[in-house]
Design a protein around this ligand. Structure first.
Ligand SMILES: [Zn+2]
Ligand SMILES: [Zn+2]
Ligand SMILES: [Zn+2]
Length: 493
């Protein structure tokens, strides 16, 4: 007999009524072959126990595969509670699939999980390193995600114990290491252990100490495995250079928040690099040769882009998604408009402080003829002039425009204004999104709010993609038509 089970509840991860105590009850349980059991909240505890036993028996009649799908809705503590119900649940509740994404946040649960579970999704970084390290000698549980914060040499020693053991179990796929510890032998050992984690895919390192992370103790024979690397430091980092050299064959995605590091030459040796977020530096010019580099975010909050960074933007030929954050200059965007990539870029985000800077970019936006998404942002952004100045016919693929709406005017009234209406009518596929948090006041006296159209704009979770069309299959979920066939009488005339 094939039975499928659908569980409906307000409480997505509450107990399944299989636990002896305490009993928590779902709103209803429905077997899709017809049987249904609703549990009104006012029932007495005695009746709930009867219901509990009935549902427990129904669940236990299910095949393993279906029962595992139900158990997947339980939190780790509830899975352990299931183990005391019967022998079958004792075994099923330790099934690998139930623990691969499980997150453990307290000491007692961690001890049980490391002793019994075959694997764990994540150990909460709030748990003390000393506690986690104390469970390491006996565990065979593979942990996929690990977050470690090191304040001193003692922390570094505990973290090394954890990392060596979990690496030996070959389960660690993602590691986040935050260092506040000055250089010392334990920290060096920890860095070596970090460098040697077997099969690590994602590594995030934030160095907040006053000294660079050293490679003095690091084994140079580590096999490449990292696909994603995030590194943040205000110093020049030998450890970053080592990671780039070790994992050059596998790295695909990088976020480098390092001001003083000249890593462009090393980055140019990473053949599969697809996505890069970094500060602009002169040696970015080396990256123009990378064949797979399609997504880049270059951020500069204070300085101008150096010539090498501009040269990269001007010469890159394979970019598809570009974000430029630059406070005072239109130079980066103008350089990008000259690049061989310009006509292929599909997503472009430009953020500056001055609206005058953005105004200088508008005339060259026509070069980005494949854009599907454009986002422009600055303080005191001149929306009306921007929408009027845009050459819409040169951007035939554009479906999303994200700009900061003026905040001094009612959102509803702004959407009905000639600038937005004219733009949407000229571009039937376009959605305009708001980068600010514009609102429609409850008691707004504008003619549109008084007329009463577009009631949804008064909701707190109002739709945010405004269009001239009704929502279609390719539209975002919050697509909302704001162009009407007729307006209020005073406006229509
Ligand atoms: Zn209004
Ligand atoms: Zn309206
Ligand atoms: Zn739409």
């Amino acid at each position: 007999m094939h039975v499928s089970l659908r569980v409906t509840s307000r409480y997505s991860r509450k107990s399944l009524l299989l636990t002896p105590t305490p009993i928590k009850v779902r709103d209803s349980f429905t077997l899709t072959d017809g049987a249904s059991l609703a549990v009104p909240p006012q029932r007495t505890a005695w009746k709930l126990c009867c219901v509990s036993r009935t549902i427990g028996a129904m669940l236990l009649s299910l095949p393993d595969e279906t029962l595992l799908a139900v158990l997947a809705h339980l939190a780790p503590r509830e899975l352990f509670n299931c183990r005391v119900v019967c022998r079958r649940l004792r075994d099923l509740s330790l099934h690998r699939s139930l623990w691969q994404a499980a997150v453990v946040k307290d000491k007692g649960l961690l001890r049980a999980a490391l002793n019994l579970a075959p694997c764990l999704g994540k150990i909460s970084p709030r748990l003390p390193l000393e506690t986690i390290a104390s469970f390491m000698p006996s565990t065979t549980c593979a942990v996929a995600n690990l977050g470690i914060t090191v304040h001193n040499e003692s922390d570094a020693a505990q973290a090394t114990i954890i990392l060596l053991k979990l690496s030996a179990l070959s389960g660690v796929r993602s590691l986040n290491l935050e260092n506040r510890c000055p250089p010392g032998q334990s920290l060096s050992t920890l860095l070596n252990a970090t460098h040697n984690v077997i099969g690590l895919r994602k590594l995030s390192i934030q160095n907040y100490s006053q000294e660079s992370l050293s490679v003095a103790w690091c084994d140079l024979k580590t096999r490449p495995s990292l696909t994603k690397l995030l590194y943040s430091s205000n110093l020049s980092e030998p450890f970053l250079h080592l990671l780039l050299e070790t994992h050059a064959a596998t790295l695909q995605e990088m976020c480098l928040f390092c001001r003083n590091d000249q890593v462009g030459t090393l980055l140019a040796q990473i053949p599969n690099l697809r996505s890069l977020t970094c500060f602009p530096s002169n040696d970015l010019s080396h990256l123009a040769v990378l064949p797979d580099l399609q997504s880049i975010h270059v951020m500069s909050l204070s300085e101008a882009y150096p010539p090498g960074a501009l040269e990269f933007l001007r010469g890159a030929s394979n970019l598809r998604s570009v974000k430029i954050t630059n406070n005072f200059s239109s130079e980066p965007a103008l350089a990008l408009a000259e690049s061989p990539s310009a006509s292929q870029i599909e997503s472009l985000t430009i953020t500056t402080i001055l609206s005058e800077t953005l105004a200088l970019v508008v005339p060259v936006l026509c070069k980005f003829s494949s854009l599907t998404s454009l986002s422009m942002n600055s303080i005191e952004f001149d929306c009306v002039n921007f929408l009027r100045a845009m050459c819409w016919t040169s951007l035939p693929c554009l479906t999303t425009l994200k700009i900061p709406f003026p905040r001094e005017i009612c959102l509803h009234s702004w959407l009905h204004g000639p600038a937005v209406q004219g733009t949407l009518i000229r571009n039937p596929r376009l959605h305009i999104r708001d980068r600010t948090a514009s609102t429609t006041a409850e008691d707004c006296s504008c003619q549109w709010c008084q007329w009463g159209c577009h009631e949804l704009l008064r909701e707190s979770d109002k739709p945010k993609a405004y269009a001239s069309h009704s929502r279609g299959p390719e539209c975002p979920a919050d697509c909302y038509r704001v162009v009407l066939p007729t307006g209020p009488p005073s406006v229509a005339n």
